[in-house]
Design a protein around this ligand. Structure first.
Ligand SMILES: [Zn+2]
Length: 220
């Protein structure tokens, strides 16, 4: 893997901007007027999981919030404000929480490993672990980490669904669909955890179904 200097990043940026303008004259000017992304991505900060590259989307096409282990909690003003802007102002059509197999934050939570200040943040993932302790016990040890990554995505999708922002959007019949995906570092592919929700009545059945799928798949 290359290890460029900071100066090199500016050189690469100039090359990228020039190539974009050469291939698509007016590209940057057209984005200046307004952003109209149809998607919002809530993902892990992990450097190996870049939203635009994985989905083949260009600047202007996806609104992104990332934190350690893609956690959504109602008291996180940063995350909730980002969701609010995406839904109320940008009118995104689909919002996906995207975890990834091999997540270091999830592993620290699974094994109660101390990492520092982030232990407090990862308490939210430990809560997910504890809520699904019986299920995780039934998963073969080698799959347990990936299973918790998936359960964490499912729980965070539910947390998004319970925010006032999403509830208000649905109650005024604004169409916004929530999704839970997991990305595999091993092959670069996204997997749909089949927890797509676009109404309050779907939360419970969608969660049950998605959790069942985690166990049946991991045990297979
Ligand atoms: Zn991660």
């Amino acid at each position: 893997m290359s290890n460029p200097s900071v100066a090199e990043l500016f050189a690469r940026n100039r090359e990228w901007a020039a190539a974009m303008e050469r291939d698509r004259p007016g590209f940057f000017r057209s984005l200046m007027a307004q952003q109209r992304p149809a998607f919002m991505w809530i993902g892990c900060s992990d450097s190996r999981v870049p939203a635009n590259q994985i989905t083949g989307l260009e600047p202007g096409e996806i609104f992104v919030h990332r934190n350690i282990a893609n956690v959504v909690i109602p008291t996180d003003l940063n995350c909730i404000s980002t969701i609010q802007f995406a839904v109320d102002q940008l009118k995104v059509r689909d919002l996906m929480v995207v975890g990834h197999h091999g997540c270091g934050g999830v592993l620290a939570a699974l094994e109660d490993r101390r990492v520092g200040l982030a232990d407090n943040w990862l308490q939210h993932v430990k809560n997910v672990r504890d809520r699904h302790a019986n299920l995780l016990d039934g998963v073969a040890p080698e799959f347990r980490h990936d299973a918790l990554c998936e359960l964490n995505v499912i729980e965070q999708v539910i947390n998004v669904a319970h925010t006032t922002v999403i509830r208000d959007a649905w109650s005024r019949e604004q169409k916004v669909t929530l999704h839970g995906w997991v990305y595999a570092l091993s092959d670069g592919l996204l997997r749909d955890l089949r927890i797509s929700i676009d109404g309050i009545d779907q939360i419970e059945p969608a969660m049950r179904h998605a959790v069942e799928q985690v166990t049946s798949r991991e045990r297979a």
